[in-house]
Structures are given as structure tokens and as C-alpha cells.
Design a protein around this ligand. Structure first.
Ligand code: NCD
Ligand code: ZN
Ligand code: ZN
Length: 365
């Protein structure tokens, strides 16, 4: 029996491509080839670059650099530490959301808690005016990295001001319970989980060492089981593709983050083959919901051909990401990306990328 299946082009709403500023870790070309190899045709890039993306000028520079290099479609988020609210109306039509870091992570790009309220209000105002003019009710979300107490603070603000809020990479039962409660209370909250929180636990940290170090950190099997049991409350799967070099990871203070673009889909398809997940869940979590939440236009000629029966072992050396390692090295997975098409053009086949740098489009909502 053939295991060929055609999926719509997958969307990863949470990647860090490191370009410009840290292109020794990844760049727009290598990062987007990794996306295609993983079945992702659209990715949304985070703003915690070496020089964070907090002004129209810096955003425009990033867009210009990306244009020349990308082989899949790429959209951007804007960043803020609370001192650039005047920039919001200028960039609102160029980005898919505002990313706020409320807990410490790569880049030390933390927002001042005292200015959080003002930031929520300013974003809503900037986001809603253009949509009224376009007779649409589409409001761009605020995305948060919010661990522990900071999640409470965000939920309170989301309820108070009615903002659309996406909580990134939730990893614990406690966090998901809070989100479920907030959803029931009619706030406009969505959430994502990462493949590493679904497929690794704190038990893997010993084996992985610095290569298992990320924010939020890997946690208990109990937390992981809770995520799996409550998948219906989870809106998206986001890789949080956060490449760092092997040398950096082995250094004195290993940076937080692991790559993920190429391993998300094989891991999920393996779960499908084990009946832990339905293929419809994969499409909901990696295509339908991210498109809906972030307002991404889809194209029926953008698609991914996978072979559900093809097993392989994840090897660092065959990865397209510049960092050339994965916390899933050595994992046996079932489900391989064979071909990828964007707007009808073949962009990935047999582990090759026929698309030329610049083929991908910079997308806006
Ligand atoms: C991310 C990075 O390296 O940019 N690191 C991480 O551990 N997840 C930042 C982030 O998403 O928090
Ligand atoms: Zn984060
Ligand atoms: Zn991230």
C-alpha cells in the first residue's frame, strides 16, 4: 500500500532565523531551506535579532535582506520593550503581530512591566484602525513569551483590554489549565506548543546536556501527558526553531534554544502512525489554525507530498539548518517529506532545493 499523502503547505508561526546579525547561526537562505525540507512553505520570523526589530527602519532593512535570500514565504513580527509605541502605526501593515518577551530568554529583550498596559492599548489602537477602514474585524495578535506569574499578568490584560493574544510555547499543565480557563471566560487567547515539549521531557536533559536547553525548559512526563490529553485546546504547533552553533552550545554558558523546522512534521507523522494523533490534527495545528490566527492567505497550489510509510533516522549531517544539529538526532521517525510546491512551482524534491534564493515571497496579512 502506498503511503503518499498531499498536505497543504504547512505554516510555522514561530521561528528565529537570526538574519541579520547572527548569520553564523542561521540565515534567510539556510533557514528557509530547512523550512522546505520540513514541509513548511510559510514561516513567521521573530524580532529578537542581534539588533531587535523595533523600528520601521530596522524592519525595512530586514525585509530587504530577506527578499534576496528566501526560498519559502516569510512574514515578520515586530518587537517592543515598551519604548517604541509611536512606531506601531508605521509598521502595522507589514507584520503579523507584536512579540513581547515577559520572561528571560535569548536576546535579553525584556519589556518593562510598568509599560505593558500602555503597550497593549497602543497595539490594539494601531491594529484596529486599518482593519476598520478595510471593513474587516481582523486584529493582529500580541504574542507573548510569558512563563509562570507573567502568564497571569498577560491573561489579566487580555481580558481587561480585549486584545487578541497568542501565548507562545506553553509547556506545563498549570499554564494550559490557565489558558483553558481564559478561553472559557471568553478572552481572545490562543496558544502554541513546541514539538520538543511534546516529544522530549526533563529525562532527556541528562543525555542532551546543553542541546536540551531551551526556554521554557523541558519538563515532566506528567506535564507532557497533560498537553497530549488536551490537544484540542491547543491552537498551533510552533517549532520555535532557535538555532545556535554547536560551539556556542558547548561553551561556558550555553544559550537557550533548539532548531526544529525539519523535525516537526516527521515527529508528528510518527505520532499519526502510532495513532496518538490524526492527520486532521496535523492539518489543524500546522495549517488551518495558524492561517486563521495570524491572517495568512493560503494557496491551493502550495502543497507538500509526504510518504507516510517511509521511515528514516534523523541525522545531524543531513539537516539543512546551518547549525547542523537537532535534539532529535538518532530518533527513528516514520513519515518523510518527498516534494514541496509553492504556487505550483516545485521547491523541494529528493532532499534538493530547486528553488533559487529570492523565490519565496515576503508576505503581509
Ligand atoms: C529563543 C531564541 O533562541 O531566540 N530561545 C528559546 O530558548 N526558545 C527565544 C524564545 O523563543 O524564547
Ligand atoms: Zn520564547
Ligand atoms: Zn522563540
Amino acid at each position: 500500500m502506498t503511503g503518499k499523502l498531499i498536505l497543504p503547505g504547512l505554516i510555522d508561526p514561530h521561528v528565529h532565523l537570526r538574519d541579520p546579525g547572527q548569520t553564523h547561526k542561521e540565515d534567510f537562505y539556510t533557514g528557509t531551506t530547512a523550512a522546505l525540507a520540513g514541509g513548511f512553505t510559510t514561516i513567521l520570523d521573530m524580532p529578537n535579532n542581534k539588533v531587535p526589530i523595533t523600528t520601521l527602519k530596522i524592519l525595512n532593512e530586514k525585509i530587504k535582506i530577506a527578499k534576496e535570500k528566501i526560498v519559502c514565504d516569510v512574514g515578520f513580527y515586530f518587537g517592543s520593550v515598551g519604548d517604541n509605541l509611536k512606531e506601531f502605526p508605521k509598521i502595522i501593515n507589514k507584520v503579523f503581530g507584536l512579540k513581547l518577551y515577559l520572561s528571560k530568554t535569548t536576546g535579553n529583550f525584556l519589556i518593562d512591566k510598568n509599560i505593558l498596559e500602555e503597550t497593549f492599548i497602543a497595539w490594539k489602537k494601531s491594529s484596529i484602525l486599518p482593519s476598520i477602514r478595510l471593513f474587516s474585524d481582523f486584529e493582529k495578535p500580541i504574542l507573548v513569551h510569558a512563563e509562570d506569574d507573567m502568564l497571569d499578568a498577560v491573561i489579566t490584560l487580555a481580558k481587561k483590554f480585549g486584545n487578541k493574544v497568542h501565548v507562545c510555547h506553553i509547556s506545563t499543565a498549570l499554564d494550559l489549565k490557565q489558558i483553558i480557563k481564559a478561553k472559557e471566560e471568553d478572552s481572545r487567547i490562543t496558544c502554541g506548543v513546541t514539538p520538543h515539549h511534546l516529544f522530549l521531557t526533563e529525562n532527556d536533559v541528562k543525555r542532551l546536556g546543553p542541546f536540551g536547553k531551551m526556554k521554557p525548559q523541558l519538563t515532566s512526563k506528567k506535564n507532557q501527558d497533560f498537553l497530549w490529553k488536551n490537544l484540542k485546546y491547543i491552537d498551533v504547533i510552533e517549532s520555535d526553531h532557535a538555532p545556535h552553533t554547536i560551539e556556542e552550545k558547548r561553551g561556558e554558558i550555553a544559550p537557550f534554544g533548539v532548531p526544529g523546522l525539519e523535525t516537526t512534521l516527521p515527529l508528528l507523522l510518527t505520532a499519526v502512525s502510532e495513532k496518538r494523533l490524526a492527520i486532521e490534527d496535523v492539518v489543524r495545528l500546522c495549517h488551518i489554525n495558524p492561517a486563521k490566527i495570524f491572517g495568512i492567505k493560503t494557496n491551493y497550489r502550495t502543497k507538500v507530498v509526504v510518504d507516510l510509510n517511509s521511515s528514516f533516522i534523523i541525522h545531524n549531517s543531513s539537516l539543512f539548518t546551518k547549525c547542523k544539529w537537532s535534539p532529535f538526532e538518532g530518533f527513528k521517525v516514520k513519515g518523510k517529506v518527498q516534494r514541496v510546491f509553492i504556487r505550483g512551482k516545485k521547491v523541494f524534491e529528493n532532499n534538493k532545493i530547486p528553488a533559487k534564493p529570492g523565490f519565496g515571497k515576503i508576505i503581509t496579512p
